[in-house]
Design a protein around this ligand. Structure first.
Ligand code: HSE
Length: 371
């Protein structure tokens, strides 16, 4: 008999990307799906297939309805998880909870899912009765897919990183801000950009416009266009941002590392004006001196999505950019070279789609394991 899955938060950005992937992979034929809503109960279901389009949206806050489900998959966000998860569990519900929100990630009873990296652990957890599976932070998942071979072969002593994170990671409001900022600037540029104007004059005017108090920045709180924001999420006591803190903590949890064997990972997380791809620059201290060719082989053979981009200008400009990766499951890693700091130090740069491998895809794949 098919298992019954409740889908919550399917209209948001991550939910929509997940839904599209599930359609592409025919996931909707594999389970009975019930669509829930927090705001539009009773409205017609999305028309995804004959069966689904017959139904109507159920109330995502109705515990009796939720308790009937074998599996809940939610992209509704933290507010919903915090409101419903504990109530459901306390009421005795023993189904599988699959969640994109971060709140349950570090709980002992949940597993962070990224199956190309921790497939064995997912399998073992399912056998051991784990019922709560959470997608990792996007930056963490994308780093782990890119460096999977180095993690798997226990070659990493520590990692120092800088990220270049897309607007999408901040939510749809960030993307909207970015687009409005472009439009705002264009009002001036469309009239004043001509060859006879001094470029420094235009630069001065454009900079002034971005500092105008009316410059759109409702979600981003600072201009994203022509700028960057070196802070993502809240402040931790040690001075890291929460996004930076997650890199070490979640990675070691995904790798099931004991405290004494944790890999040290630290750096700076930065928001930039790309739309939906996160990029990351790494300086990696390896445990031993390995030649670059062997490193490239270890990296490229680890999973089917990662590929090594030759450390050449042309290849980097065309295959190692957010625009070349956007909307795909590709995880290119390039700029691979031994650092001038020493033989054990490796420089690398990688990219991944924040909404796909960074959010939706690990959830979709764990759902398939529950078949
Ligand atoms: N925290 C990430 C970001 C996205 O702000 O880019 C969610 O994983």
């Amino acid at each position: 008999m098919k298992k019954t899955v409740g889908f919550i938060g399917w209209r948001g950005m991550v939910g929509s990307v997940l839904l599209k992937r599930m359609l592409e992979e025919n996931d909707f034929d594999k389970f009975n799906f019930i669509f829930f809503s927090t705001s539009q109960v009773g409205v017609k279901n999305p028309s995804l297939n004959k069966e689904i389009s017959k139904g109507f949206l159920k109330d995502a806050y109705n515990l009796d309805e939720l308790r009937e489900l074998d599996i809940i998959i939610t992209c509704q966000g933290s507010f919903y998880t915090n409101k419903i998860y504990s109530l459901l569990r306390f009421s005795g519900w023993m189904g599988y909870w699959i969640d994109a929100a971060s709140d349950l990630r570090m709980k002992k009873s949940s597993l962070i899912v990224l199956d190309p990296i921790n497939y064995k652990n997912i399998k073992k957890s399912l056998e051991n009765g784990v019922k709560t599976f959470i997608g990792g932070n996007c930056t963490v998942s994308l780093m782990m897919l890119a460096l999977g071979g180095l993690f798997r072969n226990d070659l990493i002593e520590w990692i120092s990183f800088s990220t270049y994170q897309a607007a999408s990671g901040g939510g749809s409001g960030y993307i909207m801000d970015l687009l409005k900022q472009i439009s705002f600037l264009n009002k001036y540029l469309s009239k004043n950009l001509n060859l006879s104007t001094s470029i420094l004059k235009i630069e001065k005017k454009i900079t002034k416009i971005t500092k105008n108090k009316n410059f759109p920045q409702r979600s981003s709180l600072a201009p994203l266009i022509l700028n960057l924001i070196p802070w993502i999420d809240s402040k931790m006591q040690n001075g890291q941002s929460r996004e930076e803190w997650k890199m070490e903590k979640e990675t070691n949890k995904i790798l099931s590392r004991k405290k004494s064997q944790e890999i040290k990972i630290d750096g700076t997380c930065v928001r930039v004006g790309s739309l939906r791809c996160h990029s990351q620059s790494f300086l990696i201290k390896l445990k031993k001196n390995i030649d670059l060719k062997s490193i490239e082989e270890v990296i490229s053979h680890d999973n089917e999505w990662v590929s090594v981009v030759p450390n050449e200008k042309y290849e980097s400009l065309h295959r190692l950019t957010p625009l070349s990766v956007s909307g795909t499951l590709k995880i290119p890693i390039g700029r691979l070279r031994k650092s001038s700091i020493g033989d054990k130090y490796l420089s690398a740069f990688s990219i991944g789609d924040q909404l796909l491998w960074g959010a939706a895809e690990p959830l979709r794949r764990v759902l398939r394991f529950l078949l």
